[in-house]
Design a protein around this ligand. Structure first.
Ligand SMILES: *Cc1c(COP(=O)(O)O)cnc(C)c1O
Ligand code: SF4
Length: 356
């Protein structure tokens, strides 16, 4: 090993052994730092899409700041402006384009918001959002315009959310969502789970989180032990969109970390320029399974203002889905789903239907 590679290996070890909170604090937070870390210049991305320079791109990054942990950037290809992971996090000028039908609150979640931190749209289960913060800012995110409180639910708001939950005896499953609930540290999450466990009508706990994928060191022993010890049947729904996100390091980590009682699932979003290719999505399902994770949902993009450049036409989505179905065993085929306002569940599509 040369002195230089030894240094690089040291830097890598130092980074890997930093606590996840430190890695979170050190996340890359600007277009220029993101491009620098991939040996890209603004000019590299200037000539085609995605464009990162100019007033529109700056406004995009102001409206919804860039954020990506180094561990996620490490899975991108240096020097490739079209890297599918980079595209998910890089602020681009196209976000400022007005696309008809793309609005701030397409899911009308604000109408299903009985008390801060809760979205209750479906029977038997509801979302509890203990934090507005995320480890990574996904440019396609349907929550980018959600009127979150500035930070965590304060104690008073959490008390009111618990009161609401206690008043809904038909709710048997709480879904911790966000923001990203695993931004809470193990102690805070443990206290929240304690409170949920004290509600006798709850039988299941689900955690929707992108953190295990973008920052695998979040998968601590203490988290595994707390989830394993819960009286609630618990599942953790990851969010990965491309097979490059599920690299060997994450696979090994998940295999070692996963408590036997925990069900691991994954949801992804169909995104133009990222995974709008059956070969990519087939590889994603296969890698997830190696890591002990079953594909759950493949979401059609929600028409949120600023994400029109990620849209995949329904016809093409269905063509991709048919090719996935032809090659994958049924248990590795995610449900193709869309969330529409005022319906009792997500809308899923079979191989021969996709309502326009
Ligand atoms: C997706 C979603 C759920 C969970 O739906 P499942 O089909 O049970 O995964 C619950 N509430 C809201 C508001 C949702 O968007
Ligand atoms: S982690 Fe989830 S909630 Fe946060 S920006 Fe990404 S998709 Fe949106």
């Amino acid at each position: 090993m040369t002195a230089k590679t030894a240094l690089a290996a040291d830097a890598l070890l130092a980074r890997e052994s930093a606590p996840w909170q430190t890695q979170l604090r050190n996340a890359v937070r600007s277009v220029s730092a993101l491009l620098d870390s991939l040996n890209l210049t603004p000019a590299d991305v200037e000539h085609g899409e995605p464009k990162t320079r100019g007033e529109d791109a700056e406004r995009a990054a102001q409206d919804f700041p860039v954020r990506a942990p180094q561990s996620f950037i490490d899975r991108m290809r240096p020097g490739d402006p079209n890297d599918p992971l980079l595209r998910q996090v890089l602020a681009v000028s196209a976000e400022q384009q007005h696309v008809p039908g793309y609005v701030e609150d397409p899911l009308q979640e604000r109408d299903a918001n009985p008390t801060p931190g809760i979205v209750h749209k479906y029977q038997g289960r509801l979302l509890l959002m203990p934090t507005a913060a995320c480890a990574v800012h996904c440019r396609y995110c349907f929550r980018r315009h959600f009127p979150y409180a500035d930070n965590r639910l304060d104690e008073g708001a959490l008390d009111r959310a618990m009161d609401y939950l206690a008043s809904q005896p038909e709710v048997t499953e709480v879904i911790l969502s966000g923001g990203d609930p695993l931004i809470l540290d193990d102690a805070a999450l443990g206290r929240l789970i304690d409170r949920l466990e004290s509600l006798g009508h709850l039988s299941r706990l689900r955690i929707h989180s992108r953190l295990p994928v973008v920052l695998p060191d979040r998968l601590t022993e203490a988290l595994a032990e707390r989830l394993d010890a819960s009286r609630l049947s618990t599942s953790l729904v990851l969010h990965g969109n491309h097979p490059a996100e599920i690299d060997a390091g994450l696979t090994e980590r998940l295999q070692r970390w996963r408590p036997a009682s925990l069900t691991l699932l994954n949801q992804s979003v169909l995104l133009a320029g990222v995974n709008d290719d059956p070969a990519v999505l087939i590889a994603l399902s296969e890698r997830l399974f190696e890591a002990g994770v079953l594909p759950y949902y493949l979401h059609l993009l929600d028409p949120v203002a600023g994400v029109g450049h990620f849209a995949v036409a329904d016809e093409q989505a269905l063509a991709i889905y048919r090719q996935m179905a032809a090659k994958l065993p049924g248990y590795l085929l995610p449900k193709l789903a869309r969330e529409l306002p005022d319906l009792p569940s997500k809308t899923t599509y079979g191989l021969d239907t996709l309502a326009g």
